[in-house]
Design a protein around this ligand. Structure first.
Ligand SMILES: *[C@@H]1O[C@H](CO)[C@@H](O)[C@H](O)[C@H]1NC(C)=O
Length: 247
């Protein structure tokens, strides 16, 4: 949904909007929640599909220049139907050939699995329940998630997008899912660890991730298990290939 449209709809509906906490979602294509950040924070676009409240930021919830404001009538008609539509039916609970389950292995994210929220749709990348685990692979430096139905050809993929905008403590980069390829840095497996690197940033641990409030995934550019931001847990993330994802 258009950010301004969401605000306008909330206004027209006469709903009081509760301010969104720092580092939580405030916009993006398909997003239907509140759009007002807490005082002193601004809504910043990390991709077409994900905007986030950041302390001290000037609100800039649109990544691209937008066309002129839609007419009020189109705002009203668009609002009830707008939703983040799954990009595919999803591959189900049996692991498809060539893909992996990818998960955290330590508390508080023991056997929590990489997936998209909403499932199989563009938007936030989270560590979530084993019953909704995503099926992933690294292909030519891209982190991909299979979102088409079992055996469906051609396969439909979502790509893990790394934000170039730094988030929490200026030491983390949000991961979101998109139908377009990632253009910032390269994913690879280091053993069974999901790693990311980019030229110009020397990470002390290329396998270091943060899982923060809302189970949102961030690349940790700093040290692993050191100066962990409040609301976040350190995690490394690992693949395995049993037939089904287990608890
Ligand atoms: C964030 O980190 C980058 C890279 O170390 C640095 O250049 C920048 O000044 C930092 N920004 C803030 C607000 O601390």
């Amino acid at each position: 949904m258009h950010y301004a449209s969401a605000a306008l709809v909330a206004l027209l509906a006469g709903t009081a909007s509760a301010a969104i906490k720092d580092w939580q979602q405030c916009g993006g294509s398909g997003y239907q929640g509140e759009t007002t950040c807490a005082s002193g924070s601004g809504c910043v676009a990390l991709s077409d599909f994900y905007s986030q409240c950041q302390p001290g930021a000037v609100s800039n919830p649109q990544p691209d220049p937008q066309p002129e404001e839609p007419a009020a009538s189109s705002v009203l008609s668009a609002s009830p139907t707008a939703s983040s539509k799954p990009s595919g039916a999803g591959p189900g609970k049996q692991l498809q050939s060539g893909y992996y389950w990818v998960r955290g292995v330590t508390a508080p994210n023991y056997h929590k699995y990489v997936q998209s929220k909403p499932l199989y749709a563009t938007g936030a990348a989270v560590l979530g329940d084993y019953t909704t685990a995503g099926q992933l692979q690294v292909q030519s430096g891209q982190l991909v998630q299979l979102v088409s139905g079992p055996g469906e050809k051609p396969e439909k993929l979502l790509y893990g997008i790394v934000s170039e905008t730094r988030s929490i403590n200026n030491a983390s980069l949000a991961l979101t899912w998109s139908e377009s390829k990632n253009t910032y840095g390269t994913f690879k497996w280091g053993g069974d660890d999901l790693q990311w690197s980019v030229s110009g940033i020397n990470r002390p641990n290329p396998s270091a991730w943060y899982i923060c409030t809302g189970q949102l995934m961030y690349i940790n550019l700093g040290n692993y298990m050191y100066q962990t931001p409040s609301g976040c847990a350190d995690q490394t993330i690992h693949y395995y290939n049993d037939k089904t994802a287990n608890n």
